[in-house]
Design a protein around this ligand. Structure first.
Ligand SMILES: [Zn+2]
Length: 234
């Protein structure tokens, strides 16, 4: 029986690597599958930080994923057994429902990978729908650590080194523009946007790096006089 599976983890938890591995393993068993992504680092391919990559179909906001897979079957005269979905947090809620219909109506296995929460600290819309609909949910356990040593659970967005809590979910915004062009434009004109994995405490405080030893304590930013790596349950 086909299933809708959702694997979630922080940045750097190996989601793309796992997505590529699943795609590879199932293909080797003779199954036919598609690889979906959105706004991947390299655009048009799924690539992992370990250097593995594969051709992928870019999911656009207006795309009907159920129809896309059915059209592929009709045009290519083949059955699609499974679809691996990388960066699934960026799909919209309707597209997650289309994936669920592929499972229920057409017997296609779905393997979705994505982030749980955004840099704003809330569930991505696609992720929320996946959590609501998935047959199986699993956290990818990678012991990512905040600079303080606590388990890193939150993604912080830094603009020119300063943590921000507001802004577009997708920093590249226009998903229709080829990503290479967008990147070139950003490199020419935009501020530098980076991401940092933090524990909840330092994500909340906006402390993306260890304070310098000689710096005066920032009373406004830190209500706690002695930062405790273990964290207290406030
Ligand atoms: Zn921390």
């Amino acid at each position: 029986m086909a299933l809708l599976r959702f694997f979630h983890g922080t940045m750097g938890s190996g989601k793309s690597t796992q997505a590529l591995q699943i795609h590879h393993n199932l293909s080797r068993r003779g199954q036919v599958g598609l690889l979906f992504t959105q706004l991947d680092r390299a655009g048009g391919v799924v690539s992992s930080r370990l250097g593995v990559r594969a051709e992928a179909i870019q999911v656009r906001p207006e795309m009907d994923l159920e129809q896309f897979v059915l059209d592929d079957m009709a045009v290519n005269g083949r059955r699609i057994d499974f679809v691996v979905c990388d960066e699934a947090q960026f799909y919209d809620a309707g597209q997650i429902e289309q994936l669920a219909r592929l499972v229920d109506v057409h017997g296609v296995d779905i393997w979705a990978f994505g982030l749980l929460t955004s840099f704003q600290g809330v569930l991505f819309p696609g992720t929320a729908r996946l959590l609501e609909l998935a047959d199986e949910r699993q956290e990818l356990q990678v012991e990512a650590r905040c600079w303080c040593g606590a388990r890193a659970t939150h993604n912080a967005r830094l603009v020119d080194g300063v943590q921000v809590y507001e802004g577009d979910l997708k920093v590249l915004g226009d998903t229709v523009t080829p990503q290479t062009e967008v990147q070139e434009r950003l490199e020419l004109a935009g501020p530098e946007v980076t991401y940092e994995l933090l524990c909840r405490r330092h994500w909340t405080l906006g402390q993306a790096a260890a304070p310098a030893h000689d710096a005066a304590p920032d009373v406004a930013a830190s209500p706690s006089p002695s930062p405790d790596p273990a964290g207290d349950p406030r």
